[in-house]
Design a protein around this ligand. Structure first.
Ligand code: FEO
Ligand code: CA
Ligand code: CA
Ligand code: CA
Length: 596
């Protein structure tokens, strides 16, 4: 649709109030159902879930823990699809009656099997989606699944280990948070906080390796899960290079259950939240990705070769060759994409090869003066206006605007407890451009405290309670939001925003995490409303629409997780002692488009 047509498709649901209840809340005339939970069968051979007698063999065939990214991949009708879901991490205390990390080997094996991802075939009968117990597509990928390393860093000396002297083969993917879908129908799944699986960097022998691991937060001592007690590869003293083989974007073909996942090193190594694609004017592929850490960076990869819509197979190695850029945002609302290439004069004396630059992406970005952001999480191109939206989830450590960042205006609050969203416009609206303009789209928080409506008022050093909703002026109509994380667009240009951290925001009354929606075009631009609330202690992830936009899938991650916040005990969804992360499907009772 054009901007005018999209702007005319106005949201019309009745917004919900923020909630602290231990349940899913949706607007009136909507319904939500659990589609699949931790422990439910994925493979047809999967045994029944027995939480207190869980085995690695069972978990390898069942839905994993802490579902995060959700990707909808259509099959032959609007009633059949594949759902690809990430399993980000495990919480042993919430999974086992007597959790004994470093002592109980079986529990470590269950945890490794509960990581990774799931591919499940789903079907819809009327308004109800269910999982198909079929072995045609259904697949579990775990922390132990054989994968290949591709692109410029494959085979680098830093990628070699005693188990893999070629530096091209690795077992498993870990901490896969969000992701994306390619135009050729593959799943991009992103390794985020991989550092938390590797121990003893304090004892690493090589100072350069130790410094590189430290920049990514690898622990100087033991890990929380203590897998290093059973597996040498999780101990930096024994296998110093193993952490370099994590922190990548992994590409998987969900339509081929025999496909060997590929870690695409050309996209850089970071704590990737998501990886979202857009086609440039000349047909090359751009992939946007953030690095979720306080004061880390936003990246863009542009492929060397062009996307071929007529030949699916021809696109499978597009993400192995191209240029990785990092973003620098200037205070005059312009910005540039700086190439992280071995011929960049700022890098060529510091790194020995393109592969080393990619393995140490953060250090290369440090060296070129990239802009330090407030925890860059998801990023998403808008199908209506072509702009790219970047969520900065929050940054409690930002204290001095000038010293902390190359740009004071792009991250203007000190501290930034409620997060913000930046709207980036590529030069000539071309995703291969190396220059862009940017503006603040939202400063999240409680609009009733200090709502700014003039963009010129967004000066450096604002308090965290100052808010901005794209200039929308009526604070009484606006919802309250904090810690934006995963985002999705519907075809009408409405931005759907899931949160991770609202219980920490006193400004908005410490409600449960939620799903909000805000129009980006038309007269309702900035008019944010709450659509869904998650149960206690949970984070709302996904979100993802079916292709007809009549079902909205969300991953409800870590219900009942304490995180130091009182009153997070949950029994969702089974109303038994053990809460279970699960994917839900939300529909309108009349089956029509979500939100309208
Ligand atoms: Fe796993 Fe950046 O959230
Ligand atoms: Ca998460
Ligand atoms: Ca996330
Ligand atoms: Ca998060």
């Amino acid at each position: 649709p054009t901007e005018a047509e999209a702007g005319a498709r106005r949201l019309s649901f009745t917004p919900i109030e923020p909630s602290q209840l231990d349940d899913i809340i949706v607007p009136e005339n909507y319904e939500s159902r659990v589609l699949i939970r931790w422990g439910d069968p994925v493979l047809p051979t999967a045994p029944t879930f027995q939480p207190n007698r869980q085995t690695p063999e069972a978990q390898e065939q069942q839905f994993g823990y802490n579902c995060d990214f959700v990707g909808y991949f259509p099959l032959d009708s609007d009633r059949r699809a594949l759902l690809c879901v990430n399993h980000e991490y495990t919480s042993g205390e919430d999974m086992f009656k007597n959790y004994s990390p470093g002592v109980n080997r079986k529990q470590a094996e269950v945890e490794i099997a509960a990581h990774g991802g799931s591919v499940v075939e789903i079907q819809r009968a009327g308004s109800i989606w269910s999982v198909v117990k079929s072995d045609r597509y259904n697949r579990r990928i775990t922390g132990d699944t054989p994968m290949v390393i591709t692109g410029p860093a494959a085979g680098e000396p830093l990628m070699k280990t005693s188990a893999d002297p070629t530096g091209t083969r690795v077992l498993g993917m870990l901490n896969n948070c969000a992701g994306g879908k390619t135009p050729w129908g593959t799943w991009l799944t992103c390794e985020e906080n991989f550092n938390q699986y590797f121990a003893n960097n304090g004892l690493a022998a090589d100072p350069a390796i130790k410094a590189a691991h430290a920049r990514y937060g690898v622990s100087s001592g033991p890990t929380g899960r203590r897998w290093e007690a059973f597996y040498d590869r999780f101990d930096v003293v024994k296998e110093p290079n193993e952490p370099f083989r994590f922190g990548w974007v992994v590409e998987i073909d969900p339509y081929d259950p025999t496909f060997v996942p590929r870690k695409r090193t050309a996209l850089g190594r970071a704590k990737h939240e998501a990886a979202t694609t857009a086609i440039a004017k000349d047909g090359r592929v751009a992939v946007y990705t953030g690095d979720d850490q306080q004061f880390d960076y936003v990246y863009k990869f542009v492929s060397k070769n062009k996307y071929d819509p007529a030949n699916r197979a021809a696109n499978f190695d597009l993400l192995d060759e191209g240029v990785l850029y990092v973003a620098k945002l200037h205070d005059d609302n312009t910005g540039e994409w700086i190439p992280l290439t071995i011929d960049n004069p700022l890098l060529k004396d510091k790194f020995s090869s393109q592969g080393e630059i990619l393995i140490k992406t953060r250090l290369a970005a440090d060296a070129v003066g990239a802009t330090a952001m407030d925890r860059p999480e998801d990023c998403q191109p808008n199908p209506v206006n072509g702009r790219v939206y970047l969520t900065m989830t929050n940054n409690s450590a930002r204290s001095n605007i000038v010293a902390d960042s190359g740009s004071a205006l792009a991250n203007p609050r000190v501290p930034n407890l409620n997060g913000h969203i930046i709207e980036l416009t590529e030069q000539k609206n071309d995703h291969a451009a190396t220059a862009f303009k940017w503006e603040i789209f939202l400063l999240c928080g409680n609009p009733e405290i200090d709502l700014k409506t003039d963009p010129d008022s967004l000066t450096p050093g604002l308090p965290s309670s100052a808010t901005f909703f794209a200039g929308y002026a009526d604070a009484t109509k606006l919802g309250k939001i904090a810690s934006p994380d995963n985002i999705a667009f519907c075809s009408k240009g409405h931005l759907w925003i899931a949160t991770d951290g609202q219980p920490n925001s006193a400004d908005i009354g410490n409600p449960n995490d939620a799903l909000h929606v805000v129009p980006t075009v038309g007269r309702d631009r900035g008019y944010l409303r709450q659509f869904l609330s998650g149960p206690k202690g949970s984070e709302v992830c996904g979100p993802e629409f079916s292709d007809d936009e009549r079902t909205l899938f969300c991953a409800i991650q870590h219900p009942g997780e304490g995180g130091g916040i009182p009153n997070t005990v949950s029994t969702w969804p089974d109303r038994r002692e053990l809460p279970r992360p699960a994917v839900i499907a939300v529909r309108r009772e009349d089956g029509k488009d979500i939100g309208l």
